[in-house]
Design a protein around this ligand. Structure first.
Ligand code: ADP
Length: 581
C-alpha cells in the first residue's frame, strides 16, 4: 500500500469534484477526486486515505454501499456523506452505518465545509492518538506481565534456594546438636573420671596413711625406749624415711587438691615473724651439720600481726629453704623478709631465699615451676625429690595473691623470691594465734607439752587396725592415761554404756559400725543425761571435708594419721580438765 493521502472526493458532478479538490489543496491537504463508487473503492484499496467525501447518489454502486464497504475494510478511514437537503433520512442512515458527518449540497458556506472536514480529521487524529496510547498501554501491560513472570520465576528460584539453604542449615543445626551432645557426654565422662580420680586419691591416701601411722608411731615409740647408739640411729633413719614418704604423699595430695580447686587458703591472724623464724629454724641445725649457714633477716618495717594462712606460707618457705640447702654444698642460705607495698587492707611481703649452691642452667629456669620438673632428670640423680615442691609453691603463692620467681647463675647460686598478700590485722595488738614477743597465757596443751606432763585420764580407744591400735595404745598409755580398747564401733558404744570415759579416740573407718555411726549412737545415749564425752576422730582421710564430716557426726576434734606423741599430748591436754593433768 502506498503513502497515506488526505482527502478523496467522490462525486459524479465534475464541478463539485474539482471545486472541493481545489479548496482542500488550498488548505494544504493532499486531495483528489473520482466520479464513481467503484473508483473510490479502487483508490482506498490501493492507497490508504484519511477521509472520503462521499456523494450518496452515484452511478453504479450507491454511496451507502461504498460507505459499508469502507467501514468494513478500512475502519481507520473517515467518511463524510454529501447529500441534498431533501434526503435527510439518507443522512441519518449514513450516520448509523458509521459516517463521521454529513454535508448538504449545494454548499452555501465553504468555510463550514472546511470546518467539518477539519473536525473529522481532528477526530481521526484523536482516535489515532488514542489507538497509539492503547497500543503503548498494551505494550506496557505485556512488558509488565513479562516482568511479573520474570519476578515469579526469580521468586520461585529464590524460594527454592531458601528451601535448600534452610534444609542445609537445619542439617548443620542437627550436626551441631549432635556435636554438643557428644561434647556434653565427653564432659560428663571427664568429670566422672575426675571424681573417680579424687576418690582414688582419697582412698590411696587413706590406705597409705594407715600403715604409715604404724611405721612412724612405732619408730617414735622405739625412740622413747632404751636403745643402744646403733639401734637409735637405725630407728632415727627409719623415722626420717617415714617422714619423707609422708611428705611425698602430702605433696601429691596437695597437687590433686589444687587441681580439683579444693585447696582453700585460710584467713586467720598470725605472727609473721614467728612463722618465718619457725620455718627457717627447722633448717639451721641441718645446715650447721652440712657446713652451710642458714640465716634469717626480717626488715624492721615488716608487720608482725597479719591475717592469712600461716601453714601454707610456712609450707612454701620451707620448700624453698629446703631446696636452697639441698642444692648448696658450701656457703650459705640467706632468707630476707621485706615489706614491698602497704595498702589500707593489707600489704605485699616478699621472701627472698638466696643460696650459694649449684645454680640452675638458663634453659631450665622456665620449667622448674612445672609439675614433676627437675633440672637433672637422669636416673643417676644426685639429689632426691619429686619435682612437685615448686609447682605446689607456685600454686599456693598465686592463691595467696602473689607470685614466685627465680634468678640463678650456674655454679654461683640461686635467689628465689616470692611475694604474697597478707591482710591487715584489724586490731594491731599482739596476735593471739601464734604468740610473739608478748607473753601469752599458756593453755593446758602448751604447759603439758613444755613440761612433758603425764595425764590421769580414762581413755577409750576405738581402732580396728591392730598395728595402729598398738601404736595409739602405747602412746596414750605413755602419756599416763588409762586406756581401754574397742575393736569396732559397736564395742566402743558398749564400752561407753558400761562406764564413763574422759576421752574417746575414735577411728573413723571400722567394720560393723564405723566411727561416725558410733559417735552418733553415743550422742543419742547422752541425750537428757547432761553428759558430754569428748570424742576425737582418728582418721587417715586427709582430703578436704574430712574434718567437717567428723564434726557433723558429733565428734569434738580431729587428729589426722599419722600423728606423733607431741600432737597426741597436745590434744589430750586441750580436752581434759586441769585436775586430770
Ligand atoms: P624437688 O623435689 O625435685 O626438689 P622442686 O619442685 O622443689 O622439686 O624443684 C624442682 C627442681 O628445681 C629441682 O629438682 C632442681 O633441679 C631445681 N631447683 C629448685 N631449687 C633449686 C636451688 N635452690 N638450686 C638449684 N636447683 C634448684
Amino acid at each position: 500500500m502506498g503513502k497515506e493521502r488526505d482527502i478523496l472526493i467522490v462525486d459524479d458532478n465534475q464541478v463539485v469534484c474539482d471545486v472541493l479538490t481545489e479548496l482542500f489543496r488550498n488548505e494544504g491537504f493532499d486531495s483528489w477526486g473520482v466520479a464513481t463508487g467503484e473508483a473510490c473503492l479502487d483508490e482506498v484499496n490501493h492507497a490508504s486515505c484519511k477521509l472520503v467525501m462521499l456523494d450518496v447518489r452515484l452511478p453504479g454502486i450507491s454511496g451507502i454501499e461504498v460507505l459499508e464497504a469502507i467501514r468494513r475494510d478500512h475502519p481507520r478511514t473517515e467518511v463524510i456523506i454529501m447529500t441534498s437537503h431533501v434526503s435527510l433520512e439518507t443522512a441519518v442512515q449514513a450516520l448509523r452505518l458509521g459516517a463521521q458527518d454529513y454535508l448538504f449540497k449545494p454548499f452555501d458556506d465553504l468555510e463550514m465545509v472546511i470546518a467539518t472536514v477539519n473536525k473529522a480529521l481532528e477526530r481521526r487524529r484523536m482516535v489515532e492518538e488514542r489507538d497509539k496510547l492503547v497500543h503503548t498501554l498494551t505494550d506496557l501491560a505485556i512488558e509488565n506481565g513479562r516482568i511479573l513472570a520474570e519476578c515469579r520465576r526469580v521468586n520461585s528460584s529464590l524460594e527454592e534456594k531458601v528451601t535448600q539453604r534452610t534444609a542445609e542449615l537445619s542439617k548443620a543445626n542437627l550436626q551441631q546438636k549432635a556435636i554438643i551432645a557428644e561434647l556434653h557426654e565427653a564432659k560428663e565422662a571427664a568429670e566422672a573420671a575426675n571424681r573417680a580420680k579424687s576418690q582414688f586419691l582419697a582412698n590411696m591416701s587413706h590406705e597409705i596413711r594407715t600403715p604409715m601411722n604404724g611405721v612412724l608411731g612405732m619408730a617414735e615409740l622405739l625412740l622413747h625406749s632404751e636403745l643402744d647408739e646403733k639401734q637409735k640411729s637405725y630407728v632415727e633413719m627409719l623415722h626420717q624415711s617415714g617422714e619423707s614418704l609422708l611428705g611425698i604423699i602430702n605433696d601429691i595430695l596437695n597437687i590433686s587438691k589444687i587441681e580439683a580447686g579444693r585447696l582453700e587458703i585460710e584467713r586467720i591472724p598470725f605472727d609473721l615473724h614467728e612463722t618465718a623464724r619457725g620455718a627457717v629454724e627447722l633448717y639451721r641445725e641441718v645446715g650447721r651439720r652440712k657446713g652451710v649457714a642458714v640465716e634469717l633477716q626480717i626488715e624492721e618495717d615488716v608487720p608482725r600481726c597479719v591475717v592469712g594462712d600461716p601453714n601454707r606460707l610456712r609450707q612454701v618457705l620451707i620448700n624453698v629453704v629446703n631446696n636452697g640447702l639441698k642444692f648448696t654444698e658450701k656457703g650459705s642460705v640467706q632468707v630476707r623478709v621485706t615489706l614491698v607495698e602497704q595498702y589500707q587492707n593489707g600489704q605485699y611481703v616478699a621472701f627472698e631465699v638466696k643460696d650459694t649452691g649449684i645454680g640452675i642452667p638458663a634453659d631450665c629456669i622456665g620449667n622448674i615451676f612445672g609439675l614433676f620438673a627437675q633440672v637433672d632428670g637422669s636416673t643417676t640423680r644426685k639429689y632426691g625429690g619429686t619435682g612437685l615442691g615448686l609447682a605446689i609453691a607456685k600454686q599456693l603463692v598465686e592463691l595467696m595473691g602473689g607470685a614466685i620467681g627465680v634468678e640463678s647463675e650456674p655454679g654461683l647460686g640461686s635467689t628465689f623470691t616470692f611475694i604474697v598478700f597478707l591482710h591487715r590485722h584489724a586490731d594491731q595488738s599482739p596476735c593471739d594465734e601464734e604468740g610473739g614477743d608478748t607473753p601469752v597465757e599458756l593453755d593446758n596443751s602448751m604447759i603439758a607439752a613444755r613440761e612433758g606432763r603425764k595425764f590421769n585420764a580414762r581413755v577409750l580407744l576405738a581402732e580396728d587396725n591392730p598395728v595402729n591400735c598398738e601404736v595409739a595404745f602405747a602412746m596414750i598409755a605413755a602419756l599416763g592415761c588409762q586406756v581401754d580398747v574397742a575393736q569396732d564401733g559397736r564395742e566402743a558404744v558398749e564400752a561407753f554404756t558400761r562406764q564413763p570415759y574422759d576421752l574417746i579416740f575414735m577411728d573413723c573407718q571400722m567394720p560393723e559400725m564405723d566411727g561416725y555411726q558410733a559417735t552418733r549412737a553415743i550422742r543419742q545415749r547422752e541425750l537428757g543425761s547432761g553428759r558430754h564425752t569428748t570424742v576425737i576422730a582418728l582418721t587417715a582421710h586427709a582430703m578436704a571435708g574430712a574434718r567437717e564430716h567428723c564434726l557433723s557426726a558429733g565428734m569434738d576434734d580431729y587428729l589426722s594419721k599419722p600423728f606423733n606423741l607431741a600432737q597426741l599430748q597436745e590434744l589430750i591436754a586441750k580436752w581434759t580438765s586441769p585436775h586430770l593433768a
